[in-house]
Design a protein around this ligand. Structure first.
Ligand SMILES: [Zn+2]
Length: 117
Protein backbone atom coordinates (compact mmCIF):
# COMPACT_ATOMS: atom_id res chain seq x y z
CA UNK A 1 0.00 0.00 0.00
CA UNK A 2 1.09 3.62 -0.54
CA UNK A 3 0.93 6.46 1.96
CA UNK A 4 -2.85 6.82 1.68
CA UNK A 5 -4.87 5.49 4.55
CA UNK A 6 -7.40 2.71 4.06
CA UNK A 7 -10.22 1.53 6.25
CA UNK A 8 -11.13 -2.11 6.55
CA UNK A 9 -14.85 -2.38 5.90
CA UNK A 10 -17.38 -5.18 6.00
CA UNK A 11 -20.39 -5.07 3.72
CA UNK A 12 -23.58 -4.81 5.71
CA UNK A 13 -25.36 -6.84 3.04
CA UNK A 14 -23.06 -9.81 2.23
CA UNK A 15 -20.46 -9.45 5.01
CA UNK A 16 -17.57 -9.34 2.48
CA UNK A 17 -14.52 -7.60 3.88
CA UNK A 18 -12.90 -4.90 1.74
CA UNK A 19 -10.70 -1.83 2.01
CA UNK A 20 -11.81 1.70 1.29
CA UNK A 21 -9.79 4.90 1.02
CA UNK A 22 -10.24 6.86 4.23
CA UNK A 23 -10.73 10.16 2.37
CA UNK A 24 -13.37 8.53 0.14
CA UNK A 25 -15.09 7.05 3.20
CA UNK A 26 -15.07 10.46 4.93
CA UNK A 27 -16.55 12.09 1.82
CA UNK A 28 -19.31 9.43 1.63
CA UNK A 29 -20.05 9.87 5.31
CA UNK A 30 -20.14 13.65 4.95
CA UNK A 31 -22.32 13.72 1.85
CA UNK A 32 -24.37 10.53 2.11
CA UNK A 33 -23.03 9.33 -1.29
CA UNK A 34 -22.99 5.61 -2.12
CA UNK A 35 -20.05 3.22 -2.33
CA UNK A 36 -20.08 -0.41 -3.38
CA UNK A 37 -18.78 -3.59 -1.83
CA UNK A 38 -16.82 -6.03 -4.08
CA UNK A 39 -20.10 -7.85 -4.75
CA UNK A 40 -21.75 -4.65 -5.95
CA UNK A 41 -23.95 -3.88 -2.97
CA UNK A 42 -24.64 -0.18 -2.75
CA UNK A 43 -23.89 1.17 0.71
CA UNK A 44 -24.24 4.63 2.16
CA UNK A 45 -24.60 6.47 5.43
CA UNK A 46 -28.17 7.55 6.03
CA UNK A 47 -27.19 10.40 8.31
CA UNK A 48 -24.92 12.81 6.47
CA UNK A 49 -22.67 15.28 8.24
CA UNK A 50 -25.18 17.99 7.30
CA UNK A 51 -27.98 15.91 8.88
CA UNK A 52 -25.89 15.36 12.00
CA UNK A 53 -25.12 19.08 12.30
CA UNK A 54 -28.77 19.99 11.69
CA UNK A 55 -29.83 17.60 14.46
CA UNK A 56 -27.14 19.01 16.75
CA UNK A 57 -28.33 22.56 15.97
CA UNK A 58 -31.94 21.59 16.74
CA UNK A 59 -30.86 20.08 20.08
CA UNK A 60 -28.83 23.19 20.88
CA UNK A 61 -31.81 25.43 20.04
CA UNK A 62 -34.08 23.35 22.29
CA UNK A 63 -31.53 23.57 25.12
CA UNK A 64 -31.22 27.33 24.61
CA UNK A 65 -35.01 27.70 24.67
CA UNK A 66 -35.28 25.65 27.88
CA UNK A 67 -32.48 27.70 29.45
CA UNK A 68 -34.14 30.97 28.41
CA UNK A 69 -37.45 29.87 29.96
CA UNK A 70 -35.64 28.83 33.17
CA UNK A 71 -33.87 32.21 33.27
CA UNK A 72 -37.17 34.06 32.80
CA UNK A 73 -38.73 32.03 35.63
CA UNK A 74 -35.75 32.69 37.89
CA UNK A 75 -35.89 36.41 37.05
CA UNK A 76 -39.64 36.50 37.89
CA UNK A 77 -39.05 34.63 41.17
CA UNK A 78 -36.23 37.02 42.04
CA UNK A 79 -38.56 39.97 41.36
CA UNK A 80 -41.16 38.50 43.76
CA UNK A 81 -38.50 37.91 46.44
CA UNK A 82 -37.24 41.48 45.95
CA UNK A 83 -40.76 42.93 46.37
CA UNK A 84 -41.35 40.77 49.50
CA UNK A 85 -38.00 41.89 50.87
CA UNK A 86 -38.93 45.56 50.35
CA UNK A 87 -42.32 44.97 52.03
CA UNK A 88 -40.58 43.23 54.95
CA UNK A 89 -38.14 46.13 55.27
CA UNK A 90 -41.08 48.60 55.38
CA UNK A 91 -42.84 46.45 58.02
CA UNK A 92 -39.65 46.23 60.07
CA UNK A 93 -39.24 50.02 59.92
CA UNK A 94 -42.87 50.48 60.98
CA UNK A 95 -42.49 48.05 63.91
CA UNK A 96 -39.25 49.72 64.95
CA UNK A 97 -40.98 53.13 64.95
CA UNK A 98 -43.85 51.71 66.98
CA UNK A 99 -41.42 50.12 69.46
CA UNK A 100 -39.54 53.41 69.83
CA UNK A 101 -42.79 55.32 70.48
CA UNK A 102 -43.86 52.74 73.11
CA UNK A 103 -40.41 52.80 74.74
CA UNK A 104 -40.44 56.60 74.88
CA UNK A 105 -43.94 56.53 76.36
CA UNK A 106 -43.42 53.87 79.08
CA UNK A 107 -39.70 53.66 79.89
CA UNK A 108 -38.31 56.26 82.25
CA UNK A 109 -35.92 58.68 80.67
CA UNK A 110 -32.29 58.14 81.59
CA UNK A 111 -30.93 60.64 84.05
CA UNK A 112 -28.97 63.44 82.50
CA UNK A 113 -25.48 62.88 83.88
CA UNK A 114 -23.97 65.99 82.43
CA UNK A 115 -23.11 68.73 84.88
CA UNK A 116 -23.96 71.53 82.55
CA UNK A 117 -27.70 71.65 83.37
ZN1 LIG B 1 -21.90 -6.77 -0.30
Amino acid sequence: MDSEQYLKMVCGECASPFYMLEVHHAMCKRTGKYWYCPNGHARHYIETEADRLAAELATTKRTLNTTTVAMDNARAALHVVHRESEANARSAAAYKGQATRLRNKYEPKEEDTDDDG
